[in-house]
Design a protein around this ligand. Sequence first.
Ligand SMILES: Nc1ncnc2c1ncn2[C@@H]1O[C@H](COP(=O)(O)OP(=O)(O)OP(=O)(O)O)[C@@H](O)[C@H]1O
Length: 367
Amino acid sequence: MLHRLDLHHFRIYRDTQWCPGPGVNVVLGDNGSGKSSLLEAIYLIGTGRSFRTARLPRLVQDGQEEATLFAEIGGASVSLDGMRHSVGMARSRTGFTALRLDGAPVRGLSELAQLLPVQVFHPGTVEMLEGGAGERRRFLDWGLFHVEQSFLPLWRQFSQALQQRNRLLRAGGSERELKPWTQQVAAFSVSIDRLRRDYLERLQPRLEATLAGLGQLPEIRLALFSGWAEKDADALEQLLFQDLERERQMGHTTRGAHRADLRFTCDGVPVRDVLSRGQLKTLSYALLISQLSLMVQDYGRHCVLLVDDLCSELDTAHSRAILTVLASLNQQMIITALQREQLSHLEDIVQSAKMFHVEHGRISALP
Ligand SMILES: Nc1ncnc2c1ncn2[C@@H]1O[C@H](COP(=O)(O)OP(=O)(O)OP(=O)(O)O)[C@@H](O)[C@H]1O
């Protein structure tokens, strides 16, 4: 949970302090007032990434050298370790210049991700279905990361082996030099694949229940492409050795857990070919909801939910259905909208919410 956020020279925010409530928070403001940037700042604290742009230099306010963010997070029963923590971040145009947790340097962004799980629902969420495989792997591995402790160490070992193998491929390494890394890439890929398959088995019924609740979407099947054609480690190792010459030329490993993809079908046909854009958006939100309900209800984990301008994205029936399910998860939630009237179909959710107004990067509480 987020208790307090201080932003300094972050996009439109010159010097702002904000304390959201523990339940539903609604942030109202005109176009360009700073609503999405506020969610972006929270997402950055929890992930080290922006959900809006790969152009992170723009996070620093025009004319300034550095943006700084400070957050108080966690607390009893809402964080992994039950403790309150302070996070400090400084970013120049080229990258992070400081990352601190409780005053000490942070070892990796995964440390923050564990302490402040955060998920965002925004117009770009549909990229998970319309974009490249990386988006879908990120979705899958985000869910695994938060419910399966063995995933992170395994992923780190795999990434290290993959890096070494790619380095040797580029340097024209011999088969003997490549052998230990090839074996490791194959073995870790199979272990990751197993975790991903188990996770998807648990996710599929959640997705069915979520889709049934949202209505108007046909039955969707999830399937995992491992990242190589065969399923056992020996076959992957063999495939990697068979392809050595081609991979040397390409300078990277073309098969393994880093090439996995998710396939979504409806009666055997890829969803992109049968669903409308609006339906794809609803499906992408349904996928996130399924992950969240698994994480919250089966594993007792918590997550800050950021909902950016959903009511302009979907019709009232769908936005209402989605926000009702999200509210039922009883997590801290921050919803942005242009005006209160946009939320008139959500009175039951909004009536107990803390209301805020943002204008030119200044946030004030509304009565
Ligand atoms: N680096 C920056 N320095 C100064 N201002 C910036 C910077 N980056 C973005 N802005 C400005 O911040 C403003 C707020 O943008 P933001 O996307 O947060 O608004 P919003 O309230 O979500 O708007 P909308 O409702 O249109 O989505 C914009 O006017 C934008 O030009």
